[in-house]
Design a protein around this ligand. Structure first.
Ligand code: AHM
Ligand code: MG
Length: 339
């Protein structure tokens, strides 16, 4: 695979790719392109901080808690500042909703785009040199330009996203994004400081044999989820769980697999956040030919009622998500139960 849907070769810089995409839309104003460049720039700065985190005194908790009541890591806070600053300076964003801020962060009221972001996801992995990620969604505002942003601008369904992406700070750093016309992945070339096209037209395998779930929560799972895990074992699937959503999702996107974070007895609505974690990855999964569900309903069809709303989450290869959904909906049982 050396060509993507634009005919641009592997090695094309992200900047050039974004510009070419914009040229394909005759009435495009360039604002979305600029916004994507702002996010890419901030991610390079965050990447720099992440790479030297072991050298500087910037890992570990800061003693504060974020709006979810979870301990904030210094890098979480740093990443939030970096992204919001880049979006403010870029001027294309009227408001940001972030995992790290309880309320809407108002930026330029004359702009038309809303950004939902988890600036640094996988907080338990920050201190221990394990892959972490940034997740972002972009929406068009519904309220008139120039007016204050309203809650309804933020509480849009995931299917209204006009772009979404993630950055994976892993063995290499990658930015993967979609504007609703396929998924493309760019790898950071550290000596150039440029993202270059490395994964053109990414496609989720229809099937796979990886399941990713925190089995340590077994006692908190309800019976259908336990049945599904048993089914995975009976099928000899491989268990892979990093505990960083972006990294687990990315691996399964490349290799074929399913990631689950279901409701548990402790987290009755699941753990992951709909607006700035699940919707973006669901959009990317679907654009790549995969699927994302809360067990009953397509993630992109869910109506958010709160900024920090949580949802059960099943995402990955289409046939595996269907299989897991079948268990949740009570249509499938493990062989041992069925016999
Ligand atoms: P965070 O936003 O506090 O980093 O939590 C989200 C992370 C995901 O990246 C990961 O998949 C999940 O939480 C892991 O949770 P657990 O430790 O309960 O398995
Ligand atoms: Mg998170």
């Amino acid at each position: 695979m050396d060509k993507n849907n634009l005919g641009l070769p592997i090695g094309t810089t992200l900047d050039r790719f974004i510009t070419r995409k914009q040229d394909d839309f005759p009435y495009a104003t360039g604002e979305l392109s600029q916004l994507l460049r702002d996010i890419a720039l901030a991610s390079k700065i965050v990447n720099r901080e992440v790479n030297k985190s072991g050298l500087l005194d910037i890992t570990g908790g800061i003693g504060g808690k974020n709006v979810q009541g979870e301990e904030q890591q210094k890098l979480d806070v740093i990443a939030n500042i970096r992204f919001i600053r880049a979006l403010k300076n870029g001027g294309q964003t009227c408001a940001v909703v972030s995992e790290e801020d309880e309320e809407i962060v108002h930026l330029n009221p004359e702009s038309r785009y809303i950004v939902a972001i988890d600036p640094l996801d996988g907080s338990s992995n920050i201190d221990v040199n394990v892959s972490i990620g940034t997740i972002f969604s972009i929406y068009r505002r519904l309220s008139p330009i120039g007016q204050p942003v309203e809650h309804s601008d933020i509480l849009q369904k995931g299917k209204e996203q006009i772009a979404a992406g993630y950055v994976l700070y892993g063995s290499s750093t990658m930015l993967v994004y979609t504007t609703g016309n396929g998924v493309n992945g760019f790898t950071l070339e550290p000596s150039l400081g440029e993202f270059v096209l490395s994964h053109a037209g990414m496609k989720s395998p229809k099937d796979g044999s990886i399941y990713s779930i925190n089995e340590g929560s077994w006692n908190q799972f309800d019976q259908p989820i336990r049945n599904y895990i048993e089914h995975c074992k009976e099928e000899d699937y491989t268990a892979r769980y990093i505990g960083s959503l972006v990294a687990d999702f990315h691996r399964n996107l490349l290799k074929g697999g399913v990631y689950l974070y279901p409701a548990t007895s402790r987290a009755v609505n699941g753990k992951l956040r709909l607006i700035y974690e699940c919707n973006a990855l669901a959009f990317i999964a679907e654009q790549a030919g995969g699927k994302a569900s809360d067990g009953q309903t397509r993630i992109l069809d869910l109506t958010p009622t709160k900024f920090h709303q949580r949802t059960p989450f099943i995402i990955g290869s289409e046939n595996l998500v269907n299989e897991a959904e079948g268990f949740v909906k009570g249509k499938s049982k493990v062989n041992s139960e069925a016999s």
